[in-house]
Design a binder for this molecule. Structure first.
Ligand code: CTP
Ligand code: CA
Length: 225
């Protein structure tokens, strides 16, 4: 079952990925973020590179790094991630939005560390971050193939399909937190893939590297490499 392609089937293709969390500063030492490690996105970047693609990875704060052929563009916040993605989307044949972007950021961030003696209780005002996938999706050319992720705390089929349409993606990877052993802090993942043509493929629980191979195979079949 562990089929391992040695093909260079992505040679000549440019792949852009977002991965990891974003950190939205409150002050120089504090931020709003989430538990993403970047592991799934990095596994995808590695798999595309192994199969001959030219890969650019826009990576939020993560201690992990991909194989050296992958070009890494490190970012901290959602706004930075959007800016770097906009600058690099033009030449991409394929874009994968695997980042766990913080949906909100503090309206104000302090240049100096907040002191609790001075502040007492603290109220943070949060504003919505830009939607990177939806922004780039709205400019997608017909010859570009975009894939997003949907992380849902329930079964999530309808929600994943709604996000795929709303962000103008060609396909979406549903990651249901109902499945034990899947998600942020695990080495494994269990996903279901949907595309705009109504295709559905459900996979077993497996390593994130094996999930990356399934996703890259799924895309290869659809863009007819
Ligand atoms: N995404 C993005 N920019 C954001 C939020 C999400 O690019 N500001 C992308 C993610 O990388 C993922 C997809 O959109 O590919 C879905 O992310 P998700 O958090 O599941 O959906 P949201 O649209 O943020 O909706 P919600 O979190 O409210 O369910
Ligand atoms: Ca979100």
């Amino acid at each position: 079952e562990e089929y391992f392609s040695t093909e260079q089937d992505y040679q000549g293709k440019h792949v852009l990925l977002t991965a990891g969390p974003t950190h939205e500063p409150i002050d120089p030492v504090r931020f709003i973020g989430n538990h993403s490690t970047g592991k799934m996105g990095i596994a995808l970047a590695n798999e595309f590179a192994r199969r001959g693609a030219e890969v650019t990875l826009i990576l939020g704060p993560s201690s992990l790094r991909p194989r050296e052929e992958v070009k890494v563009l490190p970012v901290m916040t959602a706004e930075e991630m959007l800016r770097v993605a906009e600058d690099n989307i033009g030449e991409a044949d394929i874009a994968i939005f695997a980042a766990a972007v913080a949906d909100y950021r503090p309206l104000h961030s302090s240049d100096e560390k907040l002191k609790r003696e001075e502040k007492g209780d603290l109220q943070l005002e949060l504003v919505r971050n830009p939607d990177i996938a939806a922004t780039l999706g709205s400019w997608k050319r017909p010859n570009q193939y975009f894939v997003g992720f949907a992380l849902e705390s329930n079964a999530g089929f309808e929600e994943a399909k709604r996000k795929m349409a709303q962000k103008n993606l060609n396909a979406i990877v549903l990651n249901s937190l109902l499945d034990k052993g899947a998600g942020f802090s695990y080495e494994t993942n269990k996903v279901t893939l949907f595309d705009r043509e109504g295709g559905i493929e459900a996979y077993e629980l497996k390593s994130k590297e094996a999930v990356a191979r399934d996703i890259v195979d799924f895309i290869a079949r659809r863009i007819a490499l």
